[in-house]
Design a protein around this ligand. Structure first.
Ligand SMILES: *[C@@H]1O[C@H](CO)[C@@H](O)[C@H](O)[C@H]1NC(C)=O
Ligand SMILES: *[C@@H]1O[C@H](CO)[C@@H](O)[C@H](O)[C@H]1NC(C)=O
Ligand SMILES: *[C@@H]1O[C@H](CO)[C@@H](O)[C@H](O)[C@H]1NC(C)=O
Ligand SMILES: *[C@@H]1O[C@H](CO)[C@@H](O)[C@H](O)[C@H]1NC(C)=O
Ligand SMILES: *[C@@H]1O[C@H](CO)[C@@H](O)[C@H](O)[C@H]1NC(C)=O
Ligand SMILES: *[C@@H]1O[C@H](CO)[C@@H](O)[C@H](O)[C@H]1NC(C)=O
Length: 763
């Protein structure tokens, strides 16, 4: 099943955030009913008489018994890059016939799922005159393929003013469809295609009211991610007045190709067959970077279509950046294959609020996303202190006669969310709401009445005033206040999925943190963003939150790096991003976890928060090639058939002496029990990408209960691209039961600091 890594309600009445809906409809069909399958074939068995794979696939299908002659369109897609194979509608008996063929490699059943920056460029330290922006010519000529919900081509973010002609190597196209013609593309948006055969085959209909039968975006998600990664300069963008400023993507000179695979039917859905088709085409078209803000349930790599398709992309040198998911808790990362760059979400140093003056002269500030500049004056303040369910604004508790046209205070002593309280005030006809909550599980789309969320501490004083005053009044209330410099920032966003990775806990995931909370970017202005009373509000730019928003930031940075270092592998680009990441927030201390308010660990933020300017000049890189990933897979104990499914080939070689995956981070997992030895040895190879001569010294950050040794502790390089290896051993106390983390940092004289987190998980 798929999930969108966006935190937005499908309807304003649903709690914003936390919706990462994971429903599945995998109803088992009655026998001999057609179902959709992805069939992985052994390419080497294709008889030479077939000129193309597709003709072979069609022939294979037609030669199945009881395959009706008129069922030619049962072939949905022929895949050439993500795997050699096809997707088709088949009956169980046709499938078993096909599976007996020597050319058959693997079968995957169709799976389904539902919906899971003005300021951020500055927050990331990007400057027009110095650093990676000018060095990369703002990402000139790098092509970012976005696998998403489509794109709104008229958005100002996709204007191509001043851009050079489309590179000749580009093989993509701009597909015609509903409200989308080839002329919708330009030098910025150089490709737009949509993939819905899988969705149709499953019996789902894309109706006019729900989506466009083309690459045009209906949901708004793809427009948002695209403009975050590579949107051009747009002056005066804002979310109904919040976050006003110049909107631009991280790589404003890079080009965008949209592959629409996610559709709005009754809900948002992507079929595995369509996602594979989109990624297959992106590889064929020649994208340099792929940004994927969606995911399927975590499973072994030989069944995980994004993992398999990404490995094919990596083999061609394409950087694949994916969201880590919005599940929040430990052991929940998605898209954690070690060849993928997996991105978690951090908060930004910007907050949105409102202010209120009370009849007693007190001024109280709180959080608000209310999208209008109305100014409320002289309204009675209502608080149902004599009745608990009224005080907490339980559903159907408020009396419309009592709250009519008043500002209603709801306290947080009950078991009810702010959104539910807001719905109750709306129902009962209250004018505005004041809520108490220390964690504001509320976002832009959830603010459909004038509202202010107060921290419990300031809420308590308002409650006291409301209880004691004879005639409590709100003298004024105003909204749309954007503040910068909020501290601490970044924090690990509450919803961001955390490691250890459920599939490979020995590889630290997420890799990196990037901005993912309240990100302003372009959206599709085709439908109301929210409704206020009887008014539907539409916007061109909106604030979204989710790891969906974090991944395109990293895709943009990868594009900048690709423009500067055209010869770097995807692993080198990831290594540069990871080893140069920031490790402290804007108060100078370790990142906080927005969920617990405590210090976060590398299992929450990976190697740290992305720092694009530093990533340009990392000093050393931990490089890897395709064979390194083969070696990693060799040690997973997969069967020959499973290996061939992931690797798309019949032959590969596994070395006799297992070597460590040359990853830029370290995880040691120790079993329970004090008797076992809690020591792990690592080996790594670093490549000098700085000056010809350099000497690096290992500096260790070691927490109590952990011992780390590095050998040698000095690395001397005499030429660029020279490699040096080192060994490291990590030991923790025998009775350790916790997660402990330290750092290995290589320092040279030229101010390079090559930093890697070391995590030990005991018991
Ligand atoms: C483009 O698609 C639209 C809508 O599907 C259709 O009406 C139009 O004829 C198509 N144009 C071309 C040139 O195929
Ligand atoms: C509190 O208010 C609710 C809802 O209006 C009502 O059903 C209930 O009887 C009230 N309780 C008391 C003790 O008055
Ligand atoms: C709060 O509500 C949730 C869901 O409605 C319920 O599962 C839980 O038991 C409630 N807790 C209390 C203390 O009432
Ligand atoms: C992590 O999640 C996976 C599946 O999602 C599960 O099989 C595994 O037991 C979990 N590990 C821990 C330590 O909870
Ligand atoms: C780690 O390496 C050291 C030195 O080579 C060796 O003495 C030790 O036994 C190794 N530990 C493990 C757990 O392999
Ligand atoms: C280790 O974990 C235990 C149980 O979760 C906790 O009580 C203890 O304080 C932790 N110790 C350290 C050093 O964090």
């Amino acid at each position: 099943m798929t999930s969108f890594f966006l935190c937005l309600p499908l309807h304003p009445a649903l709690p914003w955030l936390l919706v990462f809906l994971l429903g599945v409809s995998n109803a088992f069909a009655a026998s001999e009913e057609y179902k959709t399958y992805i069939i992985h074939m052994d390419h080497s068995q294709k008889p030479a008489t077939f000129l193309s794979q597709e003709s072979w696939h069609k022939f294979t299908l037609k030669s199945l018994s009881s395959f009706p002659a008129d069922h030619e369109d049962e072939l949905l897609y022929s895949y050439d890059h993500v795997m050699h194979g096809f997707s088709a509608r088949l009956t169980p008996s046709q499938l078993s016939e096909l599976e007996k063929s020597p050319a058959h490699r693997a079968t995957y059943e169709e799976s389904f799922g539902k919906l899971f920056t003005t300021h951020t460029t500055k927050f990331l330290g990007l400057k027009s005159r110095t650093g990676i922006w000018p060095a990369s010519s703002f990402g000139k000529d790098v092509i970012i393929g976005i696998i998403d919900t489509g794109i709104w081509p008229e958005s100002e973010s996709f204007q191509d003013k001043g851009m050079s002609p489309v590179p000749e190597r580009w093989k993509g196209k701009c597909e015609n469809g509903t409200d989308f013609g080839p002329s919708a593309c330009n030098r910025k948006l150089i490709g737009a295609q949509s993939f819905s055969k899988g969705l149709h085959a499953s019996g789902k209909k894309i109706s006019k009211e729900d989506d466009f039968k083309s690459a045009r975006d209906f949901a708004g998600h793809g427009t948002h991610t695209s403009s975050t990664a590579a949107g051009t300069h747009v002056l005066g963008a804002s979310h109904f007045g919040y976050a006003k400023g110049t909107a631009r993507g991280i790589a404003p000179n890079a080009r965008i190709a949209m592959y629409k695979v996610l559709w709005s039917t009754s809900t948002e859905e992507a079929a595995a067959t369509d996602v594979l088709a989109g990624m297959d085409r992106a590889i064929a078209d020649g994208v340099d970077i792929m940004s994927v803000s969606l995911g399927f349930t975590q499973t072994s790599y030989f069944k995980d279509i994004i993992a398999m398709a990404s490995l094919s992309a990596i083999e061609k040198g394409i950087v694949v950046v994916c969201s880590s998911g919005n599940d929040g808790g430990p052991n929940t990362t998605y898209n954690g294959a070690p060849w993928i760059m997996t991105v978690g979400a951090g908060t930004v140093d910007r907050s949105f609020g409102g202010k209120m003056h009370l009849g007693n002269g007190a001024t109280v500030e709180g959080t608000s996303y209310f999208p209008e500049s109305i100014y409320i004056t002289d309204r009675p303040l209502y608080y149902g202190e004599r009745n608990r369910s009224k005080a907490t604004c339980n559903l159907y508790a408020l009396d419309p006669k009592e709250v009519d046209r008043k500002v209603v205070l709801c306290d947080n002593s009950g078991n009810i969310s702010v959104i539910e309280q807001m719905i109750e005030i709306f129902r009962a006809g209250g004018y505005a709401g004041i809520f108490m909550a220390d964690h504001v599980a509320l976002g832009p789309a959830g603010s459909f009445i004038p509202s202010l969320v107060l921290k419990t501490s300031s809420g308590t004083s308002v409650r006291e005033y409301a209880t004691k005053a004879k005639k409590a009044m709100v003298k004024s209330m105003r909204f749309m206040m954007t503040s910068l410099g909020t501290k601490p920032a970044p924090q690990v966003a509450r919803f961001s999925s955390r490691g250890p990775d459920p599939i490979s806990p020995g590889v630290l995931k997420p890799d990196i943190l990037a901005p993912g909370a309240d990100i302003l970017a372009a959206v599709a202005p085709n439908k109301p963003f929210t409704s206020i009373g009887n008014y539907d509000l539409v916007t061109d730019y909106a604030l979204y939150s989710g790891t969906s928003m974090a991944a395109p930031h990293v895709a943009g940075v990868a594009a900048l790096l690709k423009a500067v270092h055209q010869d770097w592998s995807p692993a080198a680009i990831r290594s540069a991003i990871m080893t140069t990441a920031n490790l402290v927030d804007n108060t100078g201390t370790t990142f906080k976890d927005q969920w617990t308010g405590l210090h976060a660990t590398p299992l929450d933020f990976g190697a740290g928060h992305i720092n694009p300017n530093k990533a340009m000049d990392p000093g050393l890189i931990y490089d890897m090639g395709f064979q390194d990933y083969i070696e990693f897979l060799c040690r997973l104990g997969y069967s020959k058939k499973q290996m061939s499914a992931v690797l798309r080939r019949n032959e590969w070689s596994c070395s006799q002496n297992p070597i460590d995956l040359n990853y830029p981070s370290f995880v040691a997992i120790f079993p329970k029990g004090a008797s076992s030895i809690k020591e792990k040895n690592f080996s790594r190879v670093v490549t000098n990408v700085g000056d010809d001569t350099a000497t690096y010294q290992a500096v260790l950050v070691v927490p109590t209960g952990m011992r780390i040794k590095v050998e040698p502790s000095t690395l001397t390089f005499t030429s660029k691209f020279q490699k040096q290896s080192f060994a490291m051993s990590v030991e923790v106390d025998k009775d350790a039961t916790n997660i402990t983390s330290g750092y290995l940092k290589w320092f040279d004289q030229a101010n390079h600091i090559v930093s890697s987190p070391i995590v030990a998980i005991s018991g």
